[in-house]
Design a binder for this molecule. Sequence first.
Ligand SMILES: N[C@@H](CCC(=O)N[C@@H](CS)C(=O)NCC(=O)O)C(=O)O
Length: 205
Amino acid sequence: MATAPSPRRANFITNKMCPYAQRVWIALEESGTPYEMAEVSLYGAGGKPAWFTALNPKGEVPVLVTADGAVIADSEAILDHLARPNSPLAPPPPCRAAHAAALRALVNARLKPAGKRAVLRPSPAATAELMAALREIDAALATPGPYACGDAFCAADASAFPFLWRVRKEFGFPDGARALEAWADACEARAGVRATLVGSWWWWW
Ligand SMILES: N[C@@H](CCC(=O)N[C@@H](CS)C(=O)NCC(=O)O)C(=O)O
């Protein structure tokens, strides 16, 4: 008797130290998407493998090859794919998609540059700027949480977590940022997030 073909899996091309790739890793775990992982060395002596640069001429991780064979590069584009309507990662009601998008934009446009400055050109002003960005994120989180958009983990959480986790480790969160603390703790308690935590990691530049 013929057996059913096993379902095809997505292929996730990554490096475990990369925060952009961690976004996608979290989203794959949390969405229950069947996937296989291939880790590439980006800065090794031999250079990047040819098959990888053929897939993504920019030579950046993450890349997702979907079960249908579509190649998607760029973490936010992959998150959009994994959080399409009816996926477990789609922003839940009463969250509007616009709220999730606003949080993702706050991390990308506000936290990332402030964090980079605070690490590379440390000064009281740079730290104050980073703390101000964190307070904005704290204020933008859903009330009640604990997740970015309420009581269900969604793509906004996957998008923000790797960046805020790194910042928390190095700088902590500002005093009184209770929603942010509760959010980070709730995310980190999830098996799908914990599976992506590594001992050594890169910043995002
Ligand atoms: N905009 C990209 C950025 C990805 C990115 O910068 N990845 C870094 C590793 S964390 C990379 O692949 N760098 C390769 C290189 O610099 O050659 C995304 O969101 O996926």
